[in-house]
Design a binder for this molecule. Sequence first.
Ligand SMILES: Cc1ncc(C[n+]2csc(CCOP(=O)(O)OP(=O)(O)O)c2C)c(N)n1
Length: 565
Amino acid sequence: MECFPGGKLAAVALLEKGIEYVFTLSGGHITPIYQYLEGSALKLFDTRHEQAAVFMAEAYGRMKRSPGIAMVTAGPGFTNALSAIANARLANSPLVLISGCVGVECMEKLDLQDMRQLPVIEPMVKKAFVCYKPERIPEFFDMAYRIAIAGRPGPVYLELPVDVLNAPAAPEKIKQIHSPRVDSRPVDQEKARQIIALLRQVSRPIIIAGSGTWYADAGNELTGFVEQTGIPAFTSSLGRGTIPDTHPLCFESSLAIRPGAALFANTHADLIILLGARISLFYIFGDVFPKDARLVQVDIEPEEIGRNRSVALPVVSDIKALLTECSRIVKEQNAGASLRERFRDWVASLKQAEEKGKAEARMNWENSHVPIHPMRLAHEINAFLGREDDIVVADGGDTQIWMGMTRTIRRPGHYMDSGLYGCLGVGLPYANAAKLLNPDKRVCLIVGDGSVGFNFMEFETAIRRRLAIVAVISNDLGWGMIRHSQELRMGHAIEEGTLIGRVDYHRLVEALGGKGYLVERPEDIRPALEDAFASGLTACINVMTDPTTVSPGSIALANLGSYKA
Ligand SMILES: Cc1ncc(C[n+]2csc(CCOP(=O)(O)OP(=O)(O)O)c2C)c(N)n1
């Protein structure tokens, strides 16, 4: 009789789901799965750190809107994965982490790499499972995969003890489940009507489209509704690009620090329609909006609605279905023209605020000083990567802020940063994942000199796997954001912990087999980008930036609520 050890069942479960990549770092406890994946249609993508493997799976989940899969070994492999899991949790990124663990037979016997993994990760994920029966592995994998993407996405954990992987399964007990993707698409017609009724009462509405808009694939519906009604739109996190920044009714990022209309809009709107966007620190926990402004919050996850701020109209719905219904009602009521007329002055005032904000920022974008202003660097990257499908990844403290303030996003899923968890080190793994999934697109990472150190060996992964990413390091000689926030708080920065000094990162990348560039003058940024992209190799451009420029993010860090002295 054919033998089905658990490891084989795990491999078959992955293959039958059509998984393309498993992001992983090897270990004895997961070899029983590797063994049956070798030579299969599924590709094992190996990184140099488990954290990087999980970040890659997270980036996969964000870009593909279906769960990325990471696989790590017991104990240290598992603990190394945790920061990336926490990042995915706060960002609601769909992924499944498969982890080996010590055999059930050997628990508490002082076996190699033994630790109790489940209690550590359980509060960090959407759902955590341990499968103790080889026969049930396909069923558990199906469950993990389904839960990662159902409703509000998130990371799911599946632990497979090594002796379960090695144990033979009784063929008659093997349960195969292949659930179709659960499309939770309720639409509340009455709530859609109420939204349109509210619009007839207000004169200064805005839409903020967050990652829920992206996961619902509602970009076209959003753009259509905005054009139909004339409501100005802003976007946040993965919602960025769901309506392109270049659209006349899109005012780019909803973050108030973005040069443009966001601050004015956030502080003057009388109706804020949040589409799959959370009321987080980014809106000063809701306080950035006027006290008497009304909020409509639309989310697929009921428990999210009403966090931090009273909501006038809570709507539990998929964004795509709701916007389709809203558009249908506007059409039915023949209300489009009157709404557009109603909001015309408001849109004009936002245009004015946008021009003013951008004019003020131009001084920094066009700054020609040496050392280079980091916003000039961001501007050069933004200008060079002007194609609709160019992908930009940002990682760092101030560096990420400057890039977020600058990047023009034309397509959703083409800009990534860590998000709310703010985990430094995401950049190289995210960029590698972006290039792996989009070999024909240009992928550029901008990263702080501090942040690049965390997963620096992922340059080697990129080179070995021929991923021609271009990583631009904004080298301000240290941990800029913390240095600046300390200066603002205490009048000086504590050298230990904020100063790194000059490191020739570009030469390290050359030593690994990639291309390296050192740039010290602003006019040399573009030629280096041109050359790096033309080389078709993994490249690192080490740009010496001004250590004294303080981003609005550092100022916020020094002044915000619980961080304040
Ligand atoms: C993993 C991790 N460690 C520490 C921090 C705290 N932190 C936030 S910003 C920052 C400085 C980042 O420096 P760098 O990457 O060089 O970017 P810069 O601020 O200089 O642009 C630090 C240490 C963090 N967010 N994540």
